[in-house]
Design a protein around this ligand. Structure first.
Ligand code: 6PG
Length: 475
C-alpha cells in the first residue's frame, strides 16, 4: 500500500475520468485512481511523464480508500445509471464520517435527489456534479455545476477551482444548490446544447439544399459568423467539421457521415422535466424529435420516394448569397429564444424544488469550458446581474432590442424554408413560441370553451372573478 496521502480519488478511468484525474494531477494534486481493470491506473501514471507522478494507482477499493486524506473525496466517473448505485453500495461500508462522494457523470437529477436522500441519514455526504466540456474540457478545464449540501463545497472548491475552465480569469465552477440542482442544471445545459446544434444543422440544411453550397464554402461562412455575434464553440467546431476532408474518398467528411443522430438521454430528460414544470421548451423538444426522426433513415428514404422530393427547394433560396446576413440574424434570434426557454425551465425548477438557483451564476460558469460556451453567455450573465433580474430573458432590455432587430429575418427564413420544403423544426419552434409568448390575447379561450362543453372543466372570465360552467347546447 502506498504511503502517500492523496487529495482526491477518482473511481472509473474511462476517458472522462482519466482526463479529470490528469487535470487534477497537473494542477499539483495527488490523485488516487481505481478502475475495474487496475492496469489502467498504472498506465495513466506511467504514460504521462511528470503529471503522471501525481497519479496514485491502486489495486483494490480498500487500498484506494485508505490512500485518501480525511475527509475523503471520492469522485465517481462511471456510466450514469445503476452502476453509480452499485459503486456507492460498494464503498459506503468502508467510508468514515465526513467523507464525500461526488457523482460527476451525466446523472438524471431524479436519481441524484434519491441518492442524496439515501445518504442523508448517514454520516457521509453526496454531491451531484455536472461536468461539461467533453474529453478536452475534462483534461484542460471543464465547466462544473455542483449540487449538494453547501458545506461540502468548502472541501471541493480548492480542487475544483484550479482545474476548471477560466473566463477572463474567473473559474467556471460554482455550487448551485442542494441535492439534484447541479445535475439538473447540467441536463438543461445539454437541452440548450441540443437546440443550439439543431438550429445550426437547420441553417446548414438551407445553405446546402436551398442555396446549393459545398461543405467547404459553408465552412468559410461559419468561420466568418464565428467572428461576430454568433461567436461560440459550437459555431467554431461547425466550421472545422465542414472543412474536414475524408482521406479515403477525398470528399468532405460531413458528406459521407450517415445522417442519424445519436442521443444519450439528457435532451429527452430536459423535455420531460420542462413538461412536468409546465414550461414550453419547444426548441429543445424540436431538437430531440429531429434526432429521433433522423434515426429512422430507412423510413425517411421510403417517404421520400412516396412524396415529391426536394427539387423545388432551391427556388426559394437559390443564388441568395446576399441573404447570408439574413440567415445569420435568424440564427442569432432563434438562439436567444432557445436560451430564454432553457433559462425559463431553470427558473421554474428552482421554484418547484426550492433550489434558489443563481441564474446569473449559471450563465457565468457556462461562459467557458462547456459545450455551449460563448460570448453570448456573458450577455446573459449581465442580464441577470442587475437589481431586478428579468422573470424571462426575453424581458431583459438588451434582448428585447436584439430580438426586435432580428425578428423579421427569422420570420423570412422560416417562411422561405417552409415554402422550399426544407425542415426547420427548431427555428420555426423558436418563432412560434415567440409569437405566442408575446401575444397578450391568445386562443386557448376556445380550448377552455371546448373543455367546458365536453367535460364541464369550467373556465374563468375576463370580465368577472370566479370559475364558471356554461350549459352549452347539446351536440
Ligand atoms: C458536455 C456534453 C456531454 C456529452 C453529451 C452528448 O456538456 O460535455 O453535453 O455531456 O457530449 O452527453 O450527449 P448526446 O450523446 O445525447 O448528444
Amino acid at each position: 500500500m502506498s504511503e502517500r496521502q492523496a487529495d482526491i480519488g477518482v473511481l472509473g478511468l474511462g476517458v472522462m475520468g482519466a482526463n479529470l484525474a490528469l487535470n487534477m494531477a497537473e494542477k499539483g494534486f495527488t490523485v488516487a485512481v481505481n478502475n475495474r481493470t487496475a492496469e489502467k491506473g498504472y498506465q495513466l501514471r506511467d504514460e504521462n511523464g511528470a503529471v503522471g507522478q501525481n497519479i496514485l494507482p491502486t489495486d483494490s477499493i480498500e487500498e484506494f480508500l485508505s490512500s485518501l486524506k480525511s475527509p475523503r473525496l471520492v469522485l465517481f466517473m462511471v456510466p450514469a445509471g445503476p452502476i453509480v448505485d452499485d459503486e456507492m453500495k460498494r464503498i459506503m461500508p468502508l467510508l468514515s464520517p465526513g467523507d464525500i462522494m461526488i457523482d460527476a457523470g451525466n446523472a438524471d437529477f431524479n436519481d441524484t435527489v434519491r441518492r442524496s436522500q439515501s445518504v442523508a441519514g448517514t454520516p457521509f455526504h453526496f454531491v451531484g456534479m455536472g461536468v461539461s466540456g467533453g474529453e478536452l474540457g475534462a483534461r484542460h478545464g471543464p465547466s462544473m455545476m455542483v449540487g449538494g449540501a453547501q458545506e461540502t463545497y468548502a472541501a471541493l472548491k480548492p480542487i475544483l477551482e484550479p482545474i476548471s475552465a477560466k473566463y477572463q480569469g474567473e473559474p467556471c465552477v460554482a455550487w448551485l444548490g442542494p441535492d439534484g440542482a447541479g445535475h439538473f442544471v447540467k441536463t438543461i445545459h445539454n437541452g440548450i446544447e441540443y437546440a443550439d446544434m439543431q438550429m445550426i444543422a437547420e441553417i446548414y440544411g438551407i445553405l446546402r439544399d436551398g442555396i446549393g453550397m459545398s461543405a467547404g464554402q459553408m465552412a468559410d461562412i461559419f468561420a466568418d459568423w464565428n467572428t461576430r455575434e454568433l461567436s461560440s464553440y459550437l459555431i467554431e467546431i461547425t466550421a472545422v467539421n465542414l472543412a474536414e476532408k475524408d482521406a479515403g474518398s477525398g470528399q468532405p467528411l460531413v458528406d459521407v457521415i450517415l445522417d442519424e443522430a445519436g442521443q444519450k438521454g439528457t435532451g429527452r430528460w430536459s423535455v420531460i422535466e420542462s413538461q412536468k414544470l409546465g414550461v414550453g421548451a419547444t426548441t429543445i423538444e424540436a431538437a430531440v424529435s429531429a434526432r429521433s426522426v433522423s434515426s429512422r433513415s430507412a423510413e425517411r428514404a421510403l417517404t421520400e420516394r412516396l412524396y415529391d422530393g426536394i427539387e423545388h427547394a432551391r427556388a426559394e433560396f437559390h443564388g441568395e448569397r446576399d441573404g447570408l446576413a439574413e440567415l445569420e440574424a435568424a440564427l442569432v434570434t432563434a438562439k436567444i429564444i432557445a436560451y430564454a426557454q432553457g433559462f425559463a425551465v431553470l427558473t421554474a425548477a428552482s421554484a418547484e424544488h426550492g433550489w434558489n438557483l443563481p441564474l446569473g451564476e449559471i450563465a457565468r460558469i457556462w461562459r467557458a469550458g462547456c459545450i455551449i460556451r460563448s460570448q453570448f453567455l456573458d450577455d446573459i450573465t449581465k442580464a441577470y446581474e442587475g437589481n431586478e433580474p428579468p422573470a424571462n430573458l426575453l424581458h431583459a432590455p438588451e434582448f428585447v432590442t436584439r430580438v426586435t432587430a432580428g425578428e423579421a429575418a427569422l420570420r423570412r427564413v422560416v417562411a422561405k424554408a417552409a415554402m422550399a420544403g426544407i425542415p426547420v423544426p427548431a427555428l420555426s419552434a423558436a418563432l412560434s413560441y415567440f409569437d405566442d409568448y408575446r401575444r397578450a390575447r391568445g386562443t386557448t379561450n376556445l380550448t377552455q370553451a371546448q373543455r367546458d362543453l365536453f367535460g364541464a372543466h369550467t373556465f374563468r372570465r375576463l370580465d368577472q372573478d370566479g370559475v364558471f360552467h356554461h350549459q352549452w347546447p347539446a351536440v
